[in-house]
Write a protein that binds this ligand. Structure first.
Ligand code: HEM
Length: 474
């Protein structure tokens, strides 16, 4: 909506708790209680309200209707990227996730087409996942029925998929370099999710210049960056322009093609930034979803048994393939419900308005941070009755066929929607079916004592720590 200059001064940002100068709403939105506070404000102020992170206002959008009206009905205006201090300091605004405007458009389009050429939805990637699923299965066999925490093995398997896409190689699960890469991703995420991570989010302008635990958080990202730089240098040495092997090769070729263009976005900073983005966004998310999914299946053995029945019926003893997905509505419905229930990016990532907009009677100036609070969509009781109940049947019709649901937005919506959706969904399906074809997941803890609620978190939802064991099926 175009606004006349005169009317702007009479219009206001959505209501919200009163901010203190400099500190903003830190007293009401405590760093360790972000989601609880947002829930309280939603009850008090309604589905759209403003909170201040330090002196920076951020508009919070809650519930399916409001989020859809912003991200889908006004998709261009809400397509900017909001404040992401880590992307700003570590990647200097380069890459896909932390950029806006032309740079973002070019980097995103390039990533999407390159991932597609490398097989998002095509055989090559499918085969990679199938192969990795076999490695993962062998690791599970090695546990010999003992209890173990699946985080590490799932992390290795999922990271290897993205490694093969961006670097063209997988690593063995005990490769030192690979392990330190994984620990940097976990450490970086833990920092972002910690109380300190939130304090940093509030006051990054000041904290960036002084020592403190956040510098350790930074270190994880800086180490990751060094790793990516090394891979880029290696790739450059053996690059064959006629036969690109992976994402980095494709980008390097584009850099050569555009080297005469002084304004090109195809340079090393954007290459390293985009690669880091794919790596970070593509690893922990899929791993966490699978880990949450396993916990849910341990809690609901009857659902696990139904998936196995469908596997036996549709796939039999073959390797699961992407084509099987269309024939397995129950398994698809469980995966949908795992994504809805686990709700792993509860606040969504911050967007920013690309122009002034009058939205639901409020004035949101250009450049304001806006959070599509995804948990309020995935748990919206108007869209998903009894949202706290795990029920795959929500996604099935009377005949047992899969039923699409408009409010299922674990990947967000609109122009910034996750570009890794296709890849992630294929991984979830193939890893889950390959494992359940061969094993039954069990635990010595009684199902009553398995807690499905998320561990304390601010920006991300993580399942609570658990151990499980696998029993080979006949
Ligand atoms: C279950 C797995 C995943 C979930 C739940 C997930 C979720 C999300 C969400 C909620 C966003 C924010 C969108 C927004 O700004 O509104 C996002 C962005 C992003 N995701 Fe994913 N994601 C997953 C897997 C992946 C994978 C496998 C990749 C890599 C290929 C990936 C790459 C990205 C990138 C690059 C962005 C930034 C997009 C942009 O700023 O334009 N994600 N994802």
């Amino acid at each position: 909506v175009q606004l006349k200059a005169k009317s702007k001064s009479q219009l206001l940002l959505p209501p919200g708790p009163r901010p203190l100068p400099v500190l903003g709403n830190i007293l009401q939105v405590k760093p360790r209680e972000l989601l609880v506070s947002l829930d309280k404000f939603q009850k008090k102020y309604g589905p759209i309200f403003t909170v201040y992170f330090g002196s920076r206002p951020a508009v919070m959008l809650c519930g399916y209707e409001v989020v859809k009206e912003a991200l889908v009905d006004n998709k261009d205006v809400f397509s900017g990227r909001g404040t992401m201090p880590l992307a700003k300091y570590v990647l200097k605004g380069y890459g896909i996730t932390g950029s806006s405007g032309q740079r973002w458009k070019i980097m995103r389009r390039f990533a999407l087409t390159t991932l597609r050429n490398f097989g998002m939805g095509k055989r090559s990637i499918e085969e990679r996942i199938q192969e990795e699923a076999q490695f993962l299965m062998e690791e599970f066999v090695r546990t010999k029925g003992k209890m173990f925490d699946p985080t590490f093995l799932l992390g290795c398997a999922v990271s290897n998929i993205i490694c093969s896409i961006v670097f063209g190689k997988r690593f063995s699960y005990n490769d030192e370099r690979f392990l330190s890469l994984l620990s940097n991703i976990t450490g970086g995420l833990r920092f972002m999710n910690s109380g300190w991570g939130m304090i940093f989010y509030y006051f990054h302008g000041i904290l960036n210049h002084i020592p403190g635990p956040h510098q350790k958080g930074f270190q994880h990202f800086t180490d990751l960056k060094t790793f990516v730089h090394e891979r880029v240098d290696e790739s450059l040495k053996v690059l064959n322009v006629d036969s690109p092997q992976h994402f980095i090769d494709c980008f390097l070729i584009k850099m050569q093609q555009e080297k005469e263009n002084p304004d090109t976005e195809f340079h090393k900073e954007n290459l390293v930034g985009s690669t880091m983005n794919l790596f970070f966004a593509g690893t922990e998310t899929t791993n966490t979803t699978l880990r949450y999914g396993f916990l849910i299946l341990l809690k609901h053995p009857e659902i696990q048994a139904k998936i196995q029945q469908e596997i036996d019926h549709v796939i039999g003893h073959h390797h699961p393939s992407a084509d099987d997905r269309n024939k397995m509505p129950y398994t698809e419905a469980v995966i949908h419900e795992i994504q809805r229930f686990s709700d792993i990016v509860p606040t969504g990532l911050p967007h920013s308005t690309t122009e002034d907009i009058l939205f639901r009677g409020y004035f949101i100036p250009k450049g304001t941070d806006v959070f599509p609070v995804l948990t309020t969509v995935l748990q919206d009781p108007d869209q998903f009755p009894c949202p706290k109940v795990f029920s795959p049947e929500r996604f099935l019709d009377d005949k047992g066929a899969i039923k699409k649901h408009i409010a299922l937005m674990p990947f967000s919506a609109g122009k910034r929607m996750c570009p890794g959706e296709g890849l992630a969904r294929m991984e979830l399906f193939l890893f889950l079916t390959t494992l359940l074809q061969k094993f039954t997941l069990t635990t010595s803890i009684s199902t009553d004592n398995l807690d499905l609620s998320a561990e304390f978190s601010s920006a991300g939802h993580l399942p609570r720590y658990y151990e499980m064991s696998v029993v080979p099926r006949q």
